[in-house]
Design a protein around this ligand. Structure first.
Ligand SMILES: C[S@@+](CC[C@H](N)C(=O)[O-])C[C@H]1O[C@@H](n2cnc3c(N)ncnc32)[C@H](O)[C@@H]1O
Length: 379
């Protein structure tokens, strides 16, 4: 960073903090802290936290093995004897023991009486949860790009496996993308959409609106969830043509064709459908760099009458308690994807004001690490 000469000298809290950091960095102090009874619990917690950081990949791969071998589906019907379970997994009893003991330590499975295995607290949450299992599989791709994190940080953005998976990221003409390039990501988004829709529906009162336009609405999973809760609402979806075609089919299959329409185009360029009094952008803005994000928000503003509502839902940077997810996970994910970044609520509010919206404010959400919700009014 340049300009350090002009910086004010550090105050007392900062000098104390520097001293503390130097103390922690000294091997002698760490040995003392591990021996001294009053500091020992803290030292142990720190060692454990560091070991967890080193071992995180192994934990992830334990989960991937369980998902691929369908451990949670097999255990859904009840606890299984070790030998019978090993046979169903196609593993030797010894290999099954390695996997199941690891999964037990991660609370994915649980040891029951008589040497049987049942679901653990976290494994139970994965049963009938296609959104999470699809994400676990998807991460094989993500971690491929992260295999050399320093190279990833040093390269120009783009050109990774993840940028191929999200082909609209940085594309010159995204509206020309054919069906086969949008199918995989649209299915992944649909699988994970129920969690997000539940958060948005709990946070936002759609009953005072009459017509919702969902920009980048994928296969319409979000709008179908809203439709089920708000039968009076008219629904319009806008996405890339190949994706909008999928949404149109899904609306017809769901018997919604009379009140839900889907249009294809590019939300940074083309005109958007008019008539809505609320526009939603669900997991959209974080995919785009500032210039494109602003273009999307300006298009949304033009699609609304003065006083209309903009609803933006996505994971946001600086979410208290979710920092490893928003800063480390989404930061690196979007870096590998090649465009966009997680933004703080203040940064989103500034973009919204720049696009012609006023009074941006966060609504309270039940699980902010999945998505936070911000609303603003068209000026
Ligand atoms: C991360 S997905 C989110 C999908 C959906 N809103 C959800 O939360 O499940 C981003 C969506 O934006 C769409 N999209 C990307 N670029 C677009 C563009 N230039 N014009 C219209 N839609 C676009 C993609 O096709 C995709 O459906």
């Amino acid at each position: 960073m340049s300009g350090t000469a002009a910086m004010a000298p550090p105050g007392l809290p900062e000098r104390l903090r520097d001293r503390y950091d130097r103390l922690l960095a000294s091997a002698g102090f760490r040995q003392f802290a591990a021996r001294f009874p009053l500091t020992r619990p803290l030292a142990r917690r720190r060692v454990r936290a560091l070991f967890d950081l080193c071992a995180g990949f192994v934990y992830t791969q334990t989960l991937l093995a369980c998902v691929r071998l369908r451990v949670f589906e097999i255990l859904r019907d009840g606890p299984q004897e070790h030998a019978a379970l090993a046979a169903r997994l196609g593993l030797s009893p010894e290999a099954a023991a390695t996997l199941l003991k690891a999964a037990e330590a991660l609370r994915l499975v649980d040891r029951r009486r008589g040497g049987r295995w049942g679901l653990g607290a976290l494994g139970a949450a994965l049963v009938d949860n296609p959104g999470v299992t699809a994400m676990v599989e998807h991460h094989a791709l993500v971690y491929g790009d992260l295999a050399d994190p320093v190279a990833l940080l040093r390269r120009d953005r783009g050109g990774n496996r993840l940028s191929g998976y999200w082909p609209y990221a940085g594309a010159e003409a995204p509206a020309a993308l054919p069906e086969e390039r949008v199918a995989a990501y649209t299915a992944l988004m649909a699988a994970s959409q129920p969690f997000v829709a539940a958060e948005v529906l709990a946070a936002c009162d759609f009953s005072r609106h009459r017509h919702l336009l969902d920009l980048g609405g994928g296969d319409g999973s979000f709008l179908r969830a809203v439709a089920a809760r708000h039968p009076h609402l008219r629904l319009t979806l806008f996405d890339l043509p190949a994706v909008a075609a999928r949404a149109r089919d899904a609306f017809a299959t769901a018997g919604l064709a009379d009140r839900a329409e889907a249009f294809g185009g590019d939300f940074t360029h083309g005109p958007l459908p008019l008539g809505a009094d609320i526009v939603s952008l669900v997991r959209i803005i974080h995919d785009h760099d500032d210039a494109r994000a602003l273009a999307i928000l300006r298009a949304a503003r033009r699609a609304l009458p003065p006083g209309g509502t903009l609803l933006l839902a996505e994971p946001m940077s600086g979410t208290p308690g979710a920092e490893p997810i928003t800063e480390a996970y989404f930061g690196f994910y979007l870096l590998a994807m090649g465009t966009g970044r997680p933004r703080r609520p203040e940064e989103l509010a500034e973009l919204l004001r720049g696009a012609g919206f006023t009074a941006p404010r966060l609504l309270s959400t039940r699980t902010p690490l999945l998505a936070r919700v911000m609303v603003a009014r068209a000026a």
